[in-house]
Design a protein around this ligand. Sequence first.
Ligand code: MG
Length: 327
Amino acid sequence: MKMLYKKIALILAVIPALNGYAATCPDAGAFNVLPQFNAPQKKSFKYFGNQLLSSFYKPFHMVQDAIVLEGKTATLVGKFDYDIILHKDLEGEKVHTYLYSQGMTQWEYIGATITNRDGRVYVPIADRPVGEYMVKMVVEGDLSSATGYLNVVEPNRKTILFDIDGTLTLNDFEGVGDYFGSKVAAAHAYATEVVKAYTAKNYQIIYLTGRPYWVTEDTRQWFKTKNIIPRHLHTNPSSGGLLSLDTENYKTDYIHYLINDARLDIVRAYGNAATDINAYARAGLPAQDTYIIGSQAGNGGTQDIGGDYSYHFATVVEGTPAVDCHN
Ligand SMILES: [Mg+2]
């Protein structure tokens, strides 16, 4: 009898997957209310040089967002450095990692990790249920911190991919490597409405930008000022990135990861640059589902968005069916 129940449970679990009706609805307001965060005990830095670094310079830490297929182990990557110009890495110091998702009553302590020679920590998170998680990493020596997100997704999660600079924003900072205005950059008309509409229709949003890792916090600020959901954000882990081929390769590689490992179903991709068109095509995204704004629009058989998003919003986005999902 027990076996029979097990079999029935198994069949019931498989049916929605076969119908493609397996998606868990994302929750835009998942992190609007957070439990109180109890910081770890502050202890002195291991190295005196790092004490000086922390005393004289402003932290530029970041946590790279992670997205993984359910059942897989995610690797959270934190990068810890100081000063907007120097970007001096914090080496050999202890960082504490915490996790929170809706339904939990408090922050879960994951553990302590020592930063490597690049100021990075790699923290594995194994086999979490489908959902969205907030990640906090705290430097023990001065309690400076950074926040990011982990998404655990079902296979074939319907996804919309966006470039940021020159695509959602008016200016292509990414193209010229001038990121200092990125926190306050103006958006194309109806760009944020497009993002919000897809969010409301339960699509997974991916922001894949050539912006280097140290612009991550400014980028999160930008999302906040535009009142759009800031996840999933992927910035370039290498700080260089002025060479367009580097950007193209970096974007191609990450889309390969999203498709082959995270098993996302990317139904539309938005961009403005030749690097976007090339990367999307090389990663196998069809040109007819690639929407380009600006001077490159229409190249390579892509769709021309127009001068801004108002017409595209009315003719394409509004009529896009919502993703079937359940809570
Ligand atoms: Mg761009």
